[in-house]
Design a protein around this ligand. Structure first.
Ligand code: PRP
Ligand code: URA
Length: 207
């Protein structure tokens, strides 16, 4: 069964409060997503492989470490875009490959509308989406990333529902899920409760 890592850090709890608050305007909401993603990415990259490299400091030659693995970030449009730059800040050499899904609000199924993959998949991929609700979008995105040829995939989300986590774990037992909060439940419209509302609309000010 896949690992589920819920961040317990006080900074995460603190920043989640402003993120959830309905009076938080989009420009602060975006900052909060960014801050929380930095913390998520720090945790999700803890097991990245490092290799020795010989360098010259001003004083001597020494063996130091670097990350030589090709890493792909896969933000799910639209809301995943809000997380992407934060991860790029920590991994500037990461490649960004976009996937577009929207959730059909009558069927609750993800509808794909954009895919930008190459013939050369990265070795490791981080799928980015603030909301893991029913899990449908995440499962489809991970299916596509694996079909592309990536063998090591992690999912980073700001909030996850217990229902969504269970579904992703069942579909992708090898994929670790990193989240800032596991909320109580989904409501009758498959929105996460207490949640934060519609992440894409709050990031892009399209409420
Ligand atoms: C939201 C969210 C996820 C999806 C989660 O996207 O960003 O992609 O819903 O729901 P699920 O787990 O039930 O599939 P939305 O469809 O609102 O599109 P948007 O990002 O363009 O706003
Ligand atoms: N998508 C969102 O943006 N929020 C939810 O609570 C569920 C799906």
């Amino acid at each position: 069964m896949s690992r589920v890592i819920e961040l317990k850090h006080p900074l995460v709890k603190h920043h989640m409060t402003m993120l959830r608050d309905k009076t938080t305007p989009p420009f602060i909401f975006r900052d909060q997503i960014r801050r929380l993603t930095l913390l998520l990415a720090y945790e999700a990259t803890a097991t990245l492989p490092v290799e020795n490299v010989e360098i010259e400091t001003p004083l001597c030659t020494t063996i130091s470490k670097h990350i030589d693995t090709r890493i792909g970030l896969v933000p799910i449009l639209r809301a995943g875009l809000g997380m992407c730059e934060a991860v790029q800040e920590l991994i500037p050499q990461a490649e960004v490959w976009h996937l577009g899904f929207y959730r059909d609000e009558s069927t609750l199924k993800p509808v794909e509308y954009y895919q930008k993959f190459s013939d050369h998949p990265p070795e490791i991929a981080f799928v980015l989406d603030p909301m893991l609700a029913t899990g449908g979008s995440a499962i489809e995105a991970i299916n596509m990333v694996k079909k592309w040829g990536v063998s090591k995939v992690s999912m980073l989300c700001t909030i996850a529902s217990p229902e969504g986590i269970e579904k992703v774990q069942k579909a992708h037992p090898d994929v670790s899920i990193f989240t800032c909060a596991i909320d109580e439940r989904l409501n009758e419209n498959a929105y996460i409760v207490p949640g934060l509302g519609d992440a894409g609309d709050r990031i892009f000010n399209t409420l």
